[in-house]
Design a protein around this ligand. Structure first.
Ligand SMILES: [Zn+2]
Length: 105
């Protein structure tokens, strides 16, 4: 899995759509220390800011597992709720709060 670089709770529109909720909690780990196994499906899109974002979903149940962005190729963003272990034991830094939905507290 590799060392945790940072952890964010992202409210951007991309993360809302990936999660199907108001935000997506993510833990960033170094790309070169990360390997995924099992059946995955991937989806590629362009973010609002023009970066290429790729999301990997479980090939069985469709849950989002991790994502990457061309803006930061050195890290993979693990969807925190998909992990059995917490890895980080404090609240995540909130980003893109300007896109936060009024119903998401
Ligand atoms: Zn986001």
């Amino acid at each position: 899995m590799g060392e945790v670089k940072f952890a964010i709770q992202c409210y951007c529109r991309d993360c809302q759509q990936i999660s199907g909720g108001g935000h997506l909690p993510q833990i960033a780990v170094p790309t070169d220390q990360f390997a995924a196994e099992g059946k995955l499906r991937t989806y590629q899109t362009n973010s609002e800011s023009g970066n290429v974002v790729e999301v990997a979903f479980c090939g069985e149940c469709g849950s989002p597992l991790f994502k990457s962005t061309s803006k930061m190729p050195d890290v993979r963003f693990l969807c925190a709720g998909s992990l059995d272990d917490d890895l980080v034991n404090e609240p995540f830094q909130r980003v893109y709060e300007e896109s936060r939905r009024v119903w998401d507290e």
